[in-house]
Design a protein around this ligand. Structure first.
Ligand code: EPU
Length: 343
């Protein structure tokens, strides 16, 4: 079934809690209903009938104004086992499932693979688009394949993880396949026996305090760490990390490190020529934590997170983000870019 809303308020559809409207919002609840809709609106998907965008759970989106076009929003639900043996279980989750509901489902069954990614506000579709990541894990580590509707042929296709061009908050769905496919489900590969990944930040001691390193205890520890640093979008509008952490040539980072010895620096797996630096640290060092401009602010416990201090508009958040980028460039000589999708 497809539901069509016209001139609709987007406030319930974005975790920033920004007031904006969309000309049209389409909710679809199955791959078939999406395919039927796409067949009935060929002109839209051929680019002849205005703009359209996919809107996931709205947890990584900033509306910079009213959206003059069509938003496609999945409300397709369902988590099912596709295949299993003694070592692994493949599960399919529909695009409109909330990411953390899938993590909870897997952890309740004692399965390994998603536990470090607990409590990330996201949908299943966005988990693949954005290759969401936290605490030493990324969605790509457990994605087996992604199921999509090909908008040209209106057929279901399956893209194996190896062909998804996953990178740090990157995938083929933000690149070559943007506007050409819509994700309908993601199949994840989980393990019945896993190895705990506890090397990020304070995760190990938090887990050890709970006892054995089981998926359930890792999930509990990650949720506690996130709760202590990240604002709850139901209380304070936000979209998690607003900026990406830049990946820069090793020589440039080494120079910065000489100037700023306390700057956190991370190795990038598989590429010894580059290093990743922490944007949150740079914004914090500039003194922005807990400050803001008008109704848009910087979270007081994690400077990478911009918040809606109440009634902020999209342009107010954009203005704050631009000012922060300018100051980071001025002080550190580094260009930062948003992780959040600004539309
Ligand atoms: N830091 C500061 N001040 C701050 C924020 C951070 O000094 O205000 C320092 C921290 O002390 C730490 C370093 O910067 O040494 C990195 O901070 P943190 O571990 O909090 O992680 P992050 O780099 O700020 C990334 C992800 C988060 C993810 C965490 C944990 C990105 C853009 N963000 O943040 O993901 O939860 O690591 O793995 O990569 C998200 O994408 O929305 C998100 C929340």
């Amino acid at each position: 079934m497809v539901r069509i809303y016209e001139n609709i308020s987007l406030r319930p559809y974005n975790s920033f809690g920004i007031e904006a409207t969309a000309d049209r919002l389409i909710e679809w609840d199955s791959a078939q209903s999406l395919a039927d809709f796409v067949s009935s609106e060929r002109a839209l998907f051929e680019g002849q009938n205005g703009r359209w965008e996919v809107l996931g759970a709205g947890c990584n989106t900033l509306f910079s104004g009213d959206f003059g076009g069509t938003l496609l929003h999945s409300v397709a639900k369902g988590i099912e086992v596709v295949e299993q043996d003694e070592q692994q279980v493949l599960i399919r989750a529909a695009a409109g499932e909330l990411w953390d509901d899938v993590v909870a489902w897997s952890v309740e069954r004692g399965l390994w693979g998603m536990e470090n990614l607990s409590a990330i506000p996201s949908s299943v579709g966005a988990s693949a688009v954005q290759n969401i990541g936290a605490y030493g894990a990324e969605a790509k580590d457990c994605i087996a394949w992604v199921e999509c509707l090909d908008l040209q042929t209106i057929e279901q296709i399956r893209i194996p993880a190896a062909e998804c061009a996953f990178g740090y908050r990157e995938s083929i769905f933000k690149g070559a396949l943007k506007g050409r496919v819509i994700i309908t489900a993601v199949v994840y590969r989980l393990q019945t026996c896993g190895t705990p990944r506890l090397d990020y930040g304070s995760l190990r001691p938090e887990v050890e305090a709970l006892g054995e390193a089981t998926p359930a205890n890792i999930r509990k520890a990650v949720v506690a760490i996130r709760d202590s640093k990240l604002p709850n979008p139901e209380v304070t509008g936000n979209a998690g990390s607003f900026f990406k952490n830049p990946v820069l040539p090793r020589a440039q980072v080494e120079q910065l490190k000489e100037q700023y010895p306390t700057m956190p620096v991370y190795e990038v797996a598989g590429n010894p020529d580059v290093l990743k630096i922490a944007t949150g640290w740079m914004i914090d060092t500039l003194g922005w934590k807990g400050k803001g401009m008008g109704r848009a602010g910087v979270h007081d416990k994690q400077a990478l997170v911009l918040v809606n201090r109440g009634g902020a508009t999209g342009p107010e958040v954009v203005a704050l983000a631009e000012e922060i980028c300018r100051q980071v460039k001025e002080k550190f000589g580094v260009s930062i870019s948003p992780e959040v999708n600004i539309i």
